[in-house]
Design a protein. Structure first.
Length: 132
């Protein structure tokens, strides 16, 4: 599933698109990836928990996430992305600045996750338990 919503006015209005049948990576990989590229609060690569938690809650209302999913939510995306050259490789071949921007985004996401992944995981578990 991919959740698309507008978080400006409190609890988001939600639209759901199904891509679960095409997934190769764990669903938590897709949740983190979609959030980091779509959320205005994640433009610097960091995870804005005020925006991320409602995103996860909305998904959890449709597809149950367990404590293991929450604890390791960020790890599959981090592990896959830290070895990803996409963006920079294409920039070096084409000179297209759009690819450099994408490479920079992925780099910033990895940098943020590298320094904050345990805190992000802890905060997610605490906030999700508070919602229960």
């Amino acid at each position: 599933f991919q959740l698309i919503f507008n978080a400006k006015g409190g609890y988001p209005d939600i639209a759901v698109l199904d891509f679960a049948s095409a997934k190769v990576m764990p669903i938590v990989f897709e949740l983190v990836r979609c959030f980091l590229f779509a959320s205005p609060g994640a433009k610097d690569g960091s995870v804005n928990m005020e925006e991320f938690v409602p995103f996860v809650i909305a998904f959890n209302n449709l597809f149950d996430l367990n404590e293991y999913d929450l604890k390791y939510m960020f790890y599959p995306y981090y592990i896959k992305s830290v070895t990803n050259l996409f963006g920079y490789r294409e920039y070096s071949l084409t000179g297209d600045e759009t690819f450099k921007f994408l490479g920079d985004q992925i780099y910033n996401q990895c940098e943020s996750l590298h320094h904050n992944i345990k805190e992000y995981s802890t905060q997610l578990i605490i906030r999700m338990k508070g919602d229960a």
